[in-house]
Design a protein around this ligand. Structure first.
Ligand code: ASP
Length: 444
């Protein structure tokens, strides 16, 4: 037996029907280190299909309105039956569905309802693989306030899995102190996988999905972007914060604590190496930049005052006004006599006039100017530190694309450059940056 331990999490599209489940079975059987399996609920089989999780929410809401839930329960059942029949399993979910239908009618909770997607898929997958089924409600815990209880979970899970060679543990949910079911936020099976990987000290946490890894940028902005081979946790955090969606945001923390790498893989192309997400690496990145991500909908508040620079406490008083209004700021680039605060436009808009009045009272500026409809683009890469002229390349690429840069902010870690452009220039800007760093190097 292989001494390595791998925790493997499969997303909904990897488990959407019998044909996909077979691929998952093949992947797991190919490597006997793949001992702990975290399934999502069956996802979409085609683009306008409905995920089982969403069917469950609909069904529960219908029960709450006192409507007949049999048709929806039937639809959900059919999803599992297709998998059971397609895999030729001798398994009946009759008893499970009797309990579920009863508890839906008795209003056992929306989280309970949603969690049944993973729970049932876990039973089916465990049966198919011949692995033990471990109910997440027995090993994943939340505290009274509904926050994930990392310590208790780690202890219980660690002890429990010590004696179990191979197990299927459904993703997405756990139990409250009173035993009721609570889920993580949507996409939360990624978090369960990470928690299990930490508990068993896995060599790697494989996260199987329907893309061959983390892409350099959003494929809606650049067609067929390159896959990132290796990315650090920090780089990924920067990119996710700016809108890249690969993993659930909170899935990084448990494995990061233990220095366990995450490998993003594609169930439909299992031979692709995917992306490795690591704590740190001395591997030279393939390109100077690792990724580009961005978001629209920011507003810049430019505050100007002569001799601002010599006024001690100016910045604190400015930020205090935003704090008093409950607005968080994204960036704060400054000049000698100017300071700019960049915020989310949607958070700021309705409090705009009150913030301006507050700033006047707090720091007596000469002028305050607002500029809305800005997009922020983060150009992220650990490789930028060692390379000269990265920002130069960004600027000339944008000048070429006739995009006006409204703001620049380079973090002192030299790992990211943030630029602000007009919302309408966003797509063109991302494409220009991608082309200068990636396409040009590919020689396309
Ligand atoms: N099934 C849940 C969702 O659709 C959780 C997950 O897939 O990770 O959000």
């Amino acid at each position: 037996m292989n001494n390595m331990k791998k925790v493997v999490k499969f997303g909904g599209s990897s488990l959407s029907c019998a044909a996909q489940m077979k691929k998952v079975g093949d992947i797991i059987r190919k490597d006997d280190a793949r001992r702990y399996v975290i399934p999502s609920a069956p996802g979409k089989r085609w683009s306008d299909d409905t995920k089982v999780t969403d069917l469950l929410y609909q069904c529960y809401d219908a029960a709450a309105r006192g409507e007949d839930i049999e048709p929806l329960i039937g639809e959900i059942r059919a999803r599992y039956q297709e998998i059971i029949d397609g895999l030729k399993l001798k398994l009946s979910l009759d008893d499970e569905f009797a309990v579920i239908t009863d508890l839906f009618r008795r209003q056992a909770g929306r989280d309970y309802a949603a969690s049944r997607g993973e729970y049932l898929n876990g039973i089916v997958l465990a049966n198919y693989l011949g692995y033990r089924f471990v109910d997440a409600a027995d090993v994943i815990f939340f505290d009274e306030k509904g926050n994930f209880d990392s310590q208790q979970t780690h202890q219980v899970l660690r002890e429990r899995l010590k004696t179990i060679e191979s197990a299927v543990i459904p993703g997405f949910y756990g139990a409250m102190p009173d035993g009721s079911i609570k889920t993580f936020s949507r996409g939360g099976s990624d978090i369960t996988g990470s928690i299990v990987a930490r508990a068993v000290r896995a060599d790697v946490y494989e996260n199987w999905t329907d893309v061959s890894g983390v892409l350099v940028t959003d494929p809606h902005l650049v067609p067929n972007p390159e896959v990132i081979e290796t990315i650090t946790y920090r780089e990924l955090r920067e990119l996710s914060y700016m809108g890249a969606t690969v993993l659930h945001e909170d899935a990084i923390f448990p494995v990061r604590k233990e220095g366990i790498p995450i490998n993003i893989r594609n169930t439909n192309r299992p031979d692709d190496a995917g992306t490795m997400i690591v704590e740190s690496t001395c591997r030279q990145p393939k390109y100077v930049i690792t990724g580009i991500a961005g978001k629209k909908g920011f507003c810049a508040i430019n505050i100007e005052k002569d001799m601002m620079n010599s006024e001690i406490g100016f910045g604190r008083r400015v930020l205090g006004v935003f704090e008093d209004h409950g607005i968080s700021f994204e960036h704060m680039p400054s000049g000698v006599d100017t300071l700019t605060v960049v915020v989310h436009q949607s958070e700021f808009m309705e409090k705009e006039q009150s913030v301006i009045a507050g700033l006047h009272r707090a720091v007596h500026p000469d002028t305050i100017e607002l500029e809305g409809d800005l997009a922020l683009i983060a150009i992220v890469g650990r490789g930028m530190k060692a390379k000269k002229g990265t920002s130069g390349l960004v600027f000339s690429a944008l000048a070429h694309a006739r995009v006006n840069i409204k703001m620049i902010d380079q973090g002192s870690s030299e790992m990211n450059i943030i630029i602000g452009v007009r919302n309408e220039d966003f797509e063109a800007a991302v494409k220009a940056i991608y082309d200068v760093f990636i396409t040009a190097q590919l020689g396309r």
